[in-house]
Design a protein around this ligand. Sequence first.
Ligand SMILES: [Zn+2]
Length: 125
Amino acid sequence: MNVTKPRMARDRKNVDTPLRCPICEGALVNTVIRDIGGVTADIIWQMHAGECPEHGWFQAEIVSRPPREIFPVDRPFGIARRMEIDGEEIFSFPTVWNFEPPQAARQRVDPFEPRFWRVQRSLRR
Ligand SMILES: [Zn+2]
């Protein structure tokens, strides 16, 4: 009989991540990757978090695909943090991946491909 053991969330610290600061695009420090694990082995389910020395903590979730949004948070895996940029309230930063056409989004992609993690600066390309 094949018994599947429940997988525990596992944190790896100070690791490489494609996650960048969505404001200055700088590399993050104190990075953490939490492996949540999928219901099946071929699902990659992770949370990535890191701190920009200037702009604070951010995190993103991947479920076998690059993240659609990067969220400002108060600490890794903490609660959402309210940000204001040029007088506008920002709750999340949509990534390039979020704007991929559906047929591209259905293809198998490397969820860690950094270009998809970049913040989409404008809806016009
Ligand atoms: Zn920054």
